[in-house]
Design a protein around this ligand. Structure first.
Ligand code: ADP
Length: 414
């Protein structure tokens, strides 16, 4: 089955066409045929398409909106010049899978799109005012190109966390605000946490109920997830993706009173402070240099920049904080799984996070740690380590393709 996977942002549209024909996650069985990104939709758009056979396109083209972006993509794909195996017309697309950021409390699984699902996604706009409208634009664009004959599936970032118990998802605010406004922890990066933990249990041949791990997703956005008995039990992002770990530009956890204090002192609004916490804080805010971990590590090495080191140390210390918290919440875990751009590629950051954790039974094998970069998957702890550490490159698109396949074929989630 050829599945078009769409990740639609407010002014961007990322896509992949994945061929998948079985419900189990065995990455080697899946084939990404083509992928690409249309960026800056509505202004100076740039289109990038790369085909598995090595053909690449990069061009600046005027693209008005998401529907025009999709028309452009399929004009290129079906023109015959890209030689994509098995795809010569839009009729070769069997289903479409969409990433949707927020499913609120309504969606605990991926579902086939119909009118009531669309309405419910719209109702979640209140909870994700930037993301859900952008995701809906992508859905509207594919519905108008493919019509309703091709099944459309929505896969939610929040759904995996629907199993978090209320003791972990509630904030200690007056309870009526949960009742009235559904203010609670929702958690994000659900597809990544789910993929990485599922991949680990596939490699180790574990039953779902036997899975007790902490997944640490470290990209531009970062979150940790405690997976107990195979289910999300707690996660570090909250009502929005702002909470928890120190991220590229997000502060993560802070004392909420700082917002009012700072708004007063700076003479700005609470919305301005919200933007500051999301866009100008984290690694960027502390270092004053960059939100890019590679650049910070270079600054530290080459110029001994004090604030670059401080930013990196705050980043790794917060992760230690969450690992410690989750181990006690869960009553212990079997492994820590690293993923995301930083988690997959930086042996140095992983070393610092796992440093001084022998008392928990965690011991890193320096050689294995150095080898597991740039797409390599596997264990980085020593054979004798009681608490294991692994690197598992994430693949959210594959998760969307697999969920789409399962929803269309009515195969239960493994
Ligand atoms: P996103 O959350 O936007 O998908 P990624 O998962 O691609 O982001 O992660 C981006 C982060 O990964 C950046 O901070 C980048 O510097 C970092 N990164 C990528 N490669 C390396 C590396 N070799 N060493 C350290 N950090 C890296």
């Amino acid at each position: 089955m050829n599945i078009l996977v769409i990740n639609s942002g407010s002014s961007s549209l990322k896509f992949q066409i994945v061929e998948t024909d079985q419900a189990l996650i065995d990455v080697s069985q899946d084939k990404v045929k083509v992928k690409g990104l249309i960026d800056r939709i509505g202004t100076q758009s740039v289109a990038k398409i790369s085909v598995t056979n090595g053909i690449e396109i990069k061009e600046a083209v005027p693209i008005r909106d998401h529907s025009a972006a999709l028309d452009y993509i399929f004009r290129k794909i079906t023109s015959g010049t890209l030689n994509i195996e098995g795809i010569s017309s839009i009729a070769d697309i069997n289903a479409v899978g969409h990433r949707v950021v927020h499913g609120g409390e309504k969606f605990s699984n991926s579902v086939i799109v119909n009118k009531s699902v669309l309405k419910e996604i719209e109702e979640c706009i209140d909870l994700a005012p930037l993301h859900n409208p952008a995701n809906l634009k992508g859905i509207e664009a594919t519905l108008s190109l493919f019509g309703e004959k091709v099944p459309h599936v929505v896969v939610f970032d929040t759904a995996f966390h629907s199993t978090i118990p209320e003791v972990n998802y509630l904030y200690a605010l007056p309870y009526q605000y949960y009742r009235r406004y559904r203010i609670r922890k929702y958690g994000f990066h659900g597809m990544s946490h789910r993929y990485v933990s599922y991949r680990y249990r596939t490699i180790l041949n574990l039953e779902r109920e036997k899975l007790n791990v902490i997944v640490v997703h470290l990209g531009n956005g970062c979150s940790a997830c405690a997976i107990k008995d195979g289910k999300s039990f707690d996660t570090s992002m909250g009502f929005t993706p702002l909470a928890g770990l120190v991220m590229g530009t997000r502060a993560g956890d802070i004392d909420a009173s700082i917002m009012d204090f700072l708004a007063h002192k700076e003479g700005v609004s609470l919305s301005d402070i919200d933007i500051l916490l999301n866009k100008a804080s984290g690694l960027l805010g502390i270092s004053g240099l960059t939100n890019d971990m590679r650049e910070l590590l270079d600054e530290e090495k080459e110029h001994h920049d004090r604030r670059a080191t401080l930013a990196i140390n705050m980043f790794t210390m917060r992760i230690k904080h969450y690992i410690g918290a989750y181990l006690t919440e869960m009553g212990g875990a079997d492994a820590i799984l690293f993923t995301g751009g930083i988690g997959e590629n930086s042996a140095e950051i992983r070393r610092r996070i796992c440093d001084n954790m022998q008392f928990l039974g965690l011991e890193i094998d320096e050689n294995l740690n150095k080898q597991k970069c740039f797409g390599a998957e596997g264990e980085i702890s020593t054979a004798g380590s009681k608490l294991k550490a692994w690197v598992i490159p994430t693949n959210e698109e594959l998760m969307i393709a697999r969920d789409t396949f399962r929803c269309v074929m009515k195969v239960p989630s493994p």
